[in-house]
Design a binder for this molecule. Sequence first.
Ligand code: GLC
Length: 469
Amino acid sequence: MKRRDFIRKTAGASLVAGVSPFVMASNTNLLISDELRFFSGGKLKRFGDGRDWFFEKRFGMFIHWGLYAIPGWHEQHQWRGRIEREEYIKLADLWNPVRFDPERWLDILEETGMKYICITTKHHDGFCLWDTKYTAFNTMNTPYGKDIIGMLADACHKRDIPLSLYYSIADWNHENYPNKGLAHQLPPQPQDSPDWDKYLEFLKNQVRELCTNYGEIHGFWWDINRTGYHDTSINDMVRQLQPKAVINNRGFDDGDFGTPERDYQADDSLAFDRPTEACQSVGIESWGYRENEDFYTDRHLFRSIDRYMVRDANYLLNVGPMADGTIPAESLEILKRTGKWYSAVKESLEDVNPASSLTSNRNVMLSSRDNTLYVHINKELPGNVVKLKPVNVAPVRATLLNDGRNIEFVVRFSPSDHLEQKAYLNLINLPVNELCNTVPVIKLEFDRPLSEIVQPVSPQDGNSGWVFG
Ligand code: GLC
């Protein structure tokens, strides 16, 4: 087509944002990624029972807390520091977190915009934060002498905040746990009597205790099944005792959800094929309290949170309280800044559909709800424009959620699209240099539901992608 004809052909096309675009109606089916489900179909299947709280409360607080907060180095202090067991267990004589106030933790959680909490009831060191009958190595036999899980559970129930319980299968204190010197295991201990069956009995008793004595529990979070042992009866017991509990995939079967950890670039899929809860700590080295910890940048954390939640995943952000029970000041500041960003953009992350497949632009990710498309700039953005190829429809309004300002847009034929000779929606003059320390999210409101401007590609195209009409 000659340029003159092209202009003539598109003369009736809309003028958007005061710019005269060479808009060309798309008359061919534009194939978009065939990877997955799209907007209304974009959401993962829900459980259809009491566990569905998980899809409503997407952002949670992870707490790693135990004796290791006393030396304040790493939650695996005993193993990574090569500390003899007899030495390590002496920390129990010093355990006295007099400033532990679960109400304060929950205030912080709520101020950050988080909706649920997951706490280490027993980490790999074997020290138990609850009143357990099955080992003396627990908080009751310390100067503190109080049931921490009980206190936290009461506070959660009062506020209706779901409580999830982390439980380490690896155990560096129990004589029957087969420590063989593998990763996350102590070397064999001469005084132990490794016996997997006996250890399993102990573990089941503890899990029963945790799922019985603390009212409603909303999640069970296994960690470190080094043995590869498979047994669905243990999660069955959890489900029977706590039907609302979602169970992760690090136990003795696949559980309900996957748990990508500390990664935000590696997984570049556009959506997940099963419920997912990513986890990340504010500190770079440790999940437990570390004195002089190194911390991630705000941008790194916001990107990570955004990149998971936009894909229909939950997110657990971890802090390690200090030995006195308070959350360290630096972590608190990070949570405050995170909460500020999150409250500005949360409408683009909660109750939305993953919609990244509606564009071929892999520098951004998309979520959607009804007539609204949210553009998440959660990767490196090389310039001040986002072209939402193949979207060729202009929204009614474009708003930067971070601060409420309007964003300019245009449907235009750009030189770089000369091969297909098509016009696409561009968000232009983005204030990117002002926003390079955060994750900007732009809300695009259309005059019709997205389902009316996006059509599925017919199956005979050999592609399950979608097209824009
Ligand atoms: C890893 C660490 C463990 C931590 C967990 C949190 O498994 O080894 O210490 O509790 O991550 O996901």
